[in-house]
Design a protein around this ligand. Sequence first.
Ligand code: SAM
Length: 288
Amino acid sequence: MDNILEETKFIMNKYHIRANKSLGQNFLISEDIVNTIVDSSEITKEDLVIEIGPGLGTLTKYLLEKASKVICIELDRKMIKILLDRFSGYNNFDLLNQDILQVNLKELIKYEKNDDSIKHVKVVANLPYYITTPIIMKLLEEEIELESITVMVQKEVANRLIAIPGDKETGAISYSVYYYAEAESIIEVPNSSFLPKPDVTSKVIKLKIRKEPPVNVEKKEILFRIIKCAFMQRRKTLLNALVNAKVFENKEKGEEILRKLNLNLTIRPENLSLQDYANITKLAFPSK
Ligand code: SAM
């Protein structure tokens, strides 16, 4: 079948599928967008691709042609039958009926990398939006050997994820993403590219995992905790937020640290660079 919309309707009819909203099921029906996702993920025959939430298999079909191996992780059992019917014939297809948040990706990848033909691991997905942040954080924080993450997410979330710290859209998570990856926006996607149409506009983004972090801190957990504390009270100045959160012992100590770093005492949390936060971490929690 040459038309993705027709193919999607045909499969949904054949298997009596109604999109499950609570699982974030909005199936892609735009061939252009599918091609853009596949092209921008730059898959080669040396790649293991992990696809999160393959659904009816729209992206999967293309990924299987390009990759050495594709492992799909799908929670909905109804999709499993469809995916097995469609792709069992491919010898580079594997499927896990699990919640992505419960999968031990580190172990999985370690095992797959025993196969010499696999040099890189890439994640590609049209994500279930209700768990975008936990999925992205899992992929980044577990420090699995990933090369890149190419995903469709809600536009507003995309903008926050890829904001360079200091940009207008900066949130606490922008610093985490920036620490682990170089992010780029690939394409904005209207809701008409999905069936059913989501209420929101979407965006495809690509995160290229850094080999080395852009800042040096002894304990990155402390750095991220400080950033989180700063953003919990976003309307306050950084100084007040960090005094309230007891990151700074008291106001005087906080002022002393900010002065040392040449930071304005009224600076807001979103106006600091990652390096600024790294410097604060070092001064507030010096290594013993
Ligand atoms: N890849 C398909 C496409 O582009 O048409 C479907 C994308 S749909 C936005 C998200 C998919 O993620 C659905 O198939 C849904 O069942 C699946 N999903 C939802 N929660 C999940 C979870 N916790 N773990 C794995 N898959 C999940």
